[in-house]
Structures are given as structure tokens and as C-alpha cells.
Design a protein around this ligand. Structure first.
Ligand SMILES: [Zn+2]
Length: 367
């Protein structure tokens, strides 16, 4: 008996501390739960409004329970689009959210968003903390450094003498400058020991250029949470190639994200080993899709085969009535202080471990 206790204790002590990240399927919206080794939690976005809100809040809550959480310490809403805050009010009924973080006022008038911000949101944060994020801020999450690198159209700036000169800046062509909520997205870098991950929400191409040029403040990362659900305008060489991700995780939907030009951009990233997708994307077709091992979800009525040629995106702006409202699976990432990490696909049990990157590591933000 005593021997058993000793063996059990030794195995517990030998388990390295890990940062856990659940990338939750909210049908082409966004929801990502980050849990520090000591149990502090940060949720980034809460899925779709309307018909999808119940479904998405339930899927997020399943991840919250799996992680054994009794509260959410910080909720970051990257921006005020309908696919990023829809499950918030429902979620707050089931679990205490201690801090609500956003970029500030909505810049893109919307008949669903504006009443929410006027009536519902202030009630939710009335008994909690409300913070407007500014680039350079950190969010306390145990030993995990969470750094705000973009918010409200502003980006963290590296002095030209510091940072890594970005060779992709010269070829960048600015897009038409339209102020949308995407351009206001909160961008975050997570560092745990030598492990690093970046997530820009839906930040636009022009803002990515402003962040990344002339010198990148981000440096090489292990994991990229793919920007803007894997849609074309938000995935640029100036960002995706410069940060040299080893693994990319795309929060696409069945017909949102995964277009050929994005798949090509991501696969050309110099150090990329694998791309994982929350969904099979009909916009990829067989030509551009990743193997099923790396895809967490399909539709409620499985197809016999993926179309060979990519389909065109649906014209509708309403992404909520997905063809996948049933059982959903997350992609889970576990990262360790030495820089090694593992990804797993909850649908098929596939998992893969990645050794720590060689080299001295990158000191971000001129620290
Ligand atoms: Zn979005």
C-alpha cells in the first residue's frame, strides 16, 4: 500500500506542468479556452449570436468542465462581430466570469451588436472587472505571459533597432483602408517558458503590416491560431511567413475559411510541420484540404466524398445556421515549459508531439 502511494506520488510529481488550450468548434466563429498549469483561465471569444448561441455556449461549457474549472478568470472579446461574442450572456449564467476584456466601443454599427453593448454587456460586467485592452498590456495568467500586441486599431511597435527585420515587408501591398471591427481585433501572444503562440483574432491585412513592419515584434512562434477563420484577406505572408509557425490551427467552418489561397499561404510558411482544422472545409476541396487525421469536425450528414474542386464561399453573411449542430469535437493543445508541445484531435484520438525548437529562443517585445 505504502509503495503504491509512493509510486503514485512520484508519477504525479514527474508530470511536467502544462499549459492547456482548447480550440472549440463554434462553426466558423471563435472560442478558445486557455488554462495555465496552476488553473488560471482565459477564454478568447464566445461564438455566434442567434440560433448558434445555445449550441456554442454549450460547446464552450463542455471544454470548461473538461478542464475542471469553476470560474473563468478573464474573457477576452477580440472584437464586436456576431461570430465572436454570441454565447457570452448564456455562458455567464452557468459560470462566473471575473473579468471582461475588450478593445472598447464598436466602430461598425450593427442592429444586433449595439443593443447588446448598450443593455446586456454592462449588466454582465457590473459585478466583475471590465478592462479595455491597450497594446503592451499583460493579462495575469499564472506563469503564462499573455501580452496584448494589437487592440482598437493600434499595434505594439518595435523600435527599428530592435526586433527581427521582416523580409516580407517589401512585397506587401496595402488593401483599401476600411475601418471595420476586424481591424480593431485584440491580438495576443502567449509565452510559457520557451513555448510561444500567437492569435490575432480577425485582424486585417493592413494592421498585420503595421504590426509586423519593418521589424517583427513577434519572432518565431510554435503555434499560430490562424487569423480570421482562415479567410483570404486576413492571411498574409508578412505575418504568417515571418513568424515561422511549426503548427497552425484554423478555426474555420464547413464553408467559411480554408480557401485555396489561404491553404497555399499557410503551407508555404517556412517552418510549418502541420495544419489542423476545426472543420472539413468544402472551400478547400480535395486539392487543398489536409488529411482527415488533422480535421476535428464534419457535418451532421457526412458526405460520401469531399468535392475534388474547391467550392465557392456562400454569399450569405449569416454564418450561424451551420450544417453541423450535433456532437462537436475540439482540438486540444498541451504545451510545456521546455518548448515542446502536443496537439490532439478529440474526434479520432489522433495526437502528435513536437520537440522543442532548437536554438536560443526569442526574447519578445525587447524585454
Ligand atoms: Zn470572425
Amino acid at each position: 500500500m505504502r509503495l503504491c502511494v509512493v509510486v503514485l506520488l512520484a508519477s504525479v510529481l514527474a508530470t511536467p506542468e502544462r499549459l492547456q488550450i482548447y480550440v472549440v468548434d463554434v462553426e466558423g466563429g471563435k472560442a478558445m479556452l486557455v488554462v495555465s498549469p496552476t488553473g488560471e483561465s482565459l477564454l478568447v471569444d464566445t461564438g455566434n449570436v442567434g440560433a448558434g448561441a445555445h449550441r456554442d455556449a454549450g460547446r464552450i461549457l463542455a471544454a470548461v468542465h473538461d478542464a475542471g474549472l469553476h470560474q473563468i478568470d478573464h474573457l477576452v472579446t477580440t472584437h464586436w462581430h456576431r461570430d465572436h461574442f454570441g454565447g457570452m450572456a448564456l455562458l455567464a449564467r452557468h459560470i462566473t466570469i471575473r473579468e471582461f476584456i475588450d478593445h472598447g466601443a464598436n466602430v461598425q454599427p450593427d442592429p444586433v451588436v449595439d443593443p447588446f453593448l448598450r443593455k446586456t454587456y454592462p449588466v454582465l460586467y457590473r459585478t466583475a472587472k471590465h478592462t479595455v485592452a491597450v497594446p503592451g498590456d499583460t493579462i495575469p495568467l499564472g506563469e503564462v505571459d499573455v501580452r496584448v500586441i494589437a487592440s482598437a486599431g493600434n499595434t505594439i511597435q518595435m523600435p527599428p533597432s530592435e526586433g527581427t527585420p521582416n523580409p516580407y515587408c517589401a512585397a506587401f501591398r496595402r488593401r483599401e483602408n476600411v475601418v471595420t471591427e476586424n481591424s480593431q481585433s485584440i491580438g495576443l501572444v502567449f509565452s510559457f517558458g520557451r513555448f510561444r503562440m500567437v492569435d490575432l483574432g480577425d485582424l486585417t491585412a493592413n494592421k498585420q503590416f503595421e504590426l509586423m513592419c519593418p521589424a517583427s515584434p513577434v519572432g518565431p512562434v510554435d503555434v499560430l491560431m490562424v487569423t480570421h477563420h482562415g479567410q483570404p484577406p486576413g492571411n498574409t505572408n508578412v505575418f504568417v511567413h515571418a513568424i515561422e509557425p511549426r503548427v497552425a490551427i484554423m478555426n474555420n467552418g464547413l464553408r467559411k475559411g480554408g480557401q485555396p489561397e489561404v491553404m497555399t499561404t499557410i503551407h508555404r510558411a517556412p517552418e510549418l510541420e502541420d495544419l489542423l482544422q476545426l472543420h472539413a472545409s468544402e472551400l478547400s476541396g480535395q486539392e487543398y484540404t489536409v488529411p482527415g487525421l488533422f480535421i476535428a469536425n464534419g457535418s451532421d450528414k457526412p458526405q460520401h466524398a469531399m468535392p475534388i474542386a474547391p467550392l465557392r464561399p456562400a454569399q450569405s453573411r449569416d454564418f450561424s445556421p451551420a450544417a453541423h449542430n450535433g456532437m462537436a469535437y475540439w482540438i486540444k493543445l498541451s504545451a510545456y515549459r521546455d518548448g515542446s508541445f502536443a496537439v490532439s484531435n478529440a474526434r479520432n484520438g489522433f495526437s502528435k508531439t513536437y520537440r522543442a525548437r532548437a536554438g536560443a529562443g526569442f526574447t519578445p517585445f525587447g524585454q
